[in-house]
Design a protein around this ligand. Structure first.
Ligand SMILES: NC(=O)c1ccc[n+]([C@@H]2O[C@H](COP(=O)([O-])OP(=O)(O)OC[C@H]3O[C@@H](n4cnc5c(N)ncnc54)[C@H](OP(=O)(O)O)[C@@H]3O)[C@@H](O)[C@H]2O)c1
Length: 227
């Protein structure tokens, strides 16, 4: 357990951008990172929508605000991708230059839904995170935050969310930074979960969590034991 808390980089003061930050997942993460003292830049295809979302989640004392996705990608130190799977590739292709050299954190779950519930979609590149890495050849792509419940993130009654965030990537320094960032949310712990080639089953596991949530009326997360 101790190794998870020590020797992680200091991420204080990092400006966090969120593409598609007007959705529940983006707003939920923005709210928690803003409460942790980070300035969060909420991105949208529409600047007004982004500003409105930012007003709803900004914690006092931070400079959390909204802007168009391209401006957010250019200004933020680290960028979280929180758009639906449908718009994933096209958005990243349009922001290649702005995202070059940055850590890009992908939390996108390629899922389908039918009468029997959620299921994992096949992805040509293997996973959403690998698609991001294939498009953003100049960025440091990390996969994380797939199993986080937006409902809990947005609930003002919930102070602490007990959850391990699996962090995957091929760049040790980048995965350590994202593990540290996960740890900024009370109850969260960032756990290294392997290289990007193993992101598919982490993204797909969200379908199982959705089934668990439906059966047990819960907002289930995961804990990794013995680390
Ligand atoms: N919801 C959760 O609990 C949860 C948990 C873990 C992971 N995730 C993942 O996080 C991502 C976002 O989830 P969400 O529930 O927040 O989704 P969402 O509300 O459907 O979408 C988020 C935002 O993405 C933008 N967007 C929609 N279609 C787009 C397109 N074609 N191109 C570019 N931007 C587009 C919209 O913002 P603008 O219209 O303002 O541009 C929208 O507000 C998903 O990939 C999901 O798998 C969600």
């Amino acid at each position: 357990m101790g190794e998870h808390r020590i020797d992680l980089p200091d991420v204080d003061g990092l400006i966090i951008g969120i593409l598609g930050g007007t959705g529940d997942q983006g707003k939920g993460l923005a709210r928690r990172f803003s409460l942790a003292g980070h300035t969060v830049l909420i991105g949208s295809r529409n600047a007004e929508r982004a500003e409105e979302a930012a007003r709803g989640v900004a914690a006092p004392g931070t400079r959390t605000r909204g802007a168009e996705n391209a401006a957010v990608a250019a200004e933020a130190d680290i960028v979280i991708v929180a758009v639906p799977w449908d718009g994933h590739r096209a958005l990243l292709e349009s922001l290649r230059d702005e995202l070059s050299g940055k850590i890009v954190v992908d939390c996108v779950n390629p899922l389908g839904f039918d009468k029997r519930g959620a299921y994992a979609l096949p992805v040509e590149e293997g996973s959403a995170a690998q698609q991001a890495a294939a498009v953003l050849t100049g960025s440091r792509v990390v996969a994380a935050f797939h199993h986080v419940s937006a409902v809990l993130l947005l609930d003002p009654e919930v102070d602490r969310i007990d959850l391990d965030v699996l962090v995957l990537g091929d760049d040790r320094e980048a995965t350590d930074i994202v593990r540290a960032l996960a740890g900024r949310i009370p109850g969260f712990r960032g756990v290294y979960g392997g290289r990007l080639r193993n992101a598919h089953q982490v993204e797909a596991l969200t379908a199982n969590l959705i089934s668990i949530n439906r059966r047990y009326k819960a907002h289930a997360g995961i804990r990794i034991t013995d680390v």
